[in-house]
Design a protein around this ligand. Sequence first.
Ligand SMILES: [Fe+2]
Length: 276
Amino acid sequence: MSHVPLRAHLYYIELGSPDPDKLAQFYRDAFSAEVEDYGASRICWGPERCVIISPGEAKTLQSAGYEVYDAACLDGLAERLAKAGATHKRGATPVFADAVGFIDPSGNHIFYGVPRDHLKNNKGLSGRIQHVVVASRNCEAMINFYSDVVGLTESDRVLDEEGGIRTSFLRSDHEHHCFAVFQASEDRFDHHCYEAADWNAIRDWGDHFADLRVPVKWGPGRHGPGNNLFLFVHDPDGNWVELSAEIEVVTPDRVRGTWPHEERTLNSWGTAYLRS
Ligand SMILES: [Fe+2]
């Protein structure tokens, strides 16, 4: 049994789209991406960010991939998945030279791996791809799976008045969350996020979106859990895309926090979209 802890950060997301070229054009223009054709998919490479767009239904997460800090942790991950009876496989993918891929209890396809060499692109505003969020019909099963099998650590929970879990924020390094899941009536993709250098960089992203006539849909505001500043836009398929700054940095001994299920938890500055 390998005892190398799982430490990783988000490396890419793969979105389904009925028109991959149109969506790729958005990520090229708005996120300064170089677009690489990969079969019927388009891989949009920006500075420290990667979005793969594959033919499929709009607003679906086809997969997400995390880069591991130490390749040795992949053996332990594969062992834990096998022991838990989770569907998984080991091998190369379009972006990873070696990866462990699995299907989580809500049906999401998630990979942890070591990236291949890829197009380098340092153009455009800085904002590294940082977290992905999904809705689940069984939030508790997802928390247990990601904590006990995958090896993430829960940073914060949002609880309703009866003590039911509404949202969980999980981490795999020093940042408050790289993945979050909320309780809903369906399993679905919610949003992904890019972490900018600081609040001034959020201003620059706002001005950049204004130049492109991409309106801000929510924010600016500040999340309770994670304490990050944020604003959201929509891509042409209607996916929520978040720009964040100053997300909480945590130490390994941080005690899990709890938050009430209310508007102020989602946005301490004002109104919120309560989706769970
Ligand atoms: Fe977020």
